[in-house]
Design a protein around this ligand. Structure first.
Ligand code: MF3
Ligand code: CO
Length: 290
């Protein structure tokens, strides 16, 4: 039984994981450029153009464009849109909106996939809490992505983090996924459920972990465009995602910006309480050279 799982999940060598990191860094930089472009008055179509230009300038290929007919480079999911919002000239961001930006890129055949949600101008503190709690749940899941754990240890950690944070809906119909030479590979990575189930996590597995949570119901529907997913009750929704690799040293966040990876290394990979006062290494100096 265990072998069957094992055979279906693609394992990468350390060199292949380094190549996925190259793709992941393109995604990280693209998300950074797009989030800096977010402001009241900009359309999500313009954000898509910013993303396309950035990915191209890095010599990479966008993975979403043309995927099952998807018509854009990124997904831009505004307010009650949960995922797969299609960038549009008519969708102009305004003060107080929240927008999830989801981006995927391919370099030399290797994929990176990540998402984040940001506020437009000044946002409702409850929306800010939604964003913060979704991001925290992602990192709680990442912390469980270690060899010897089972797949749903990640799922359970995400759910537990969300439940501790507040009364949020956790989307069940859309999940994280294996990733590597394709964007979507085995296994599915749910954001809820009991711990200790599913395949054993092994060094060389790479996963996209991506919680989607709402301020109301977990129920959702897909619009007639065949892509846009909205909450059934109109409540606002957030989405954060990283592509990670399971390494002998713990999870490596392949789509983190360099400073974010340092923070992660300090917070989770280093043994707890070992050197509480040791300084964080400056960007570029830490685990990136692994
Ligand atoms: N991160 C999203 C996912 O894993 C990206 C898919 S959007 C698509 O489902 F347009 F490419 F389908
Ligand atoms: Co994904």
């Amino acid at each position: 039984m265990r072998l069957r799982h094992r055979e279906r999940i693609q394992l990468k060598t350390p060199e292949e994981i380094d190549r996925m990191r190259v793709a992941g860094l393109v995604v990280a930089r693209t998300l950074q450029v797009v989030r800096e472009a977010v402001r009241p008055g900009i359309s999500t179509r313009e954000l898509d153009e910013v993303a396309a230009a950035t990915i191209r300038s890095e010599g990479a290929v966008p993975s979403f464009l043309g995927y099952r007919g998807y018509p854009a480079t990124i997904c831009t999911s505004v307010n009650e849109v949960v995922v797969h919002g299609i960038p549009s000239e008519e969708c102009v961001l305004k003060n107080g909106d929240i927008v999830a930006i989801d981006c995927g890129a391919i370099v030399d055949g290797w994929h990176g996939d990540a998402a984040l949600t940001v506020g437009v101008g000044a946002i409702d503190p409850a929306d800010q809490a939604l964003l913060d709690h979704c991001r925290e749940a992602l990192w709680a899941g990442i912390a469980q992505a270690t060899a010897g754990n089972r797949l749903t240890d990640i799922s359970h950690a995400v759910e537990s983090s969300v439940r501790e944070s507040g009364d949020y809906g956790i989307i069940q119909e859309y999940t994280g996924h294996g990733i590597g030479t394709a964007m979507h590979m085995d296994p599915l990575v749910p954001n809820y459920g009991p711990a200790g189930r599913g395949p054993l996590l092994r060094v060389g597995m790479t996963l996209a972990i991506e919680p989607m949570i709402t301020r109301g119901t977990r129920l959702n529907t897909e619009l007639a465009d065949g892509w846009t997913v909205v909450t059934a009750d109109g409540s606002r929704s957030a989405h954060f995602e990283h592509t990670i690799a399971i390494t002998p040293d713990g999870p490596r966040v392949l789509t983190a910006a360099k400073d974010e990876e340092n923070r992660y290394t300090e917070r989770i990979v280093a043994p707890a309480q070992s050197h509480p006062s040791s300084p964080v290494p400056p960007p570029g100096q830490a685990s990136d050279a692994r």
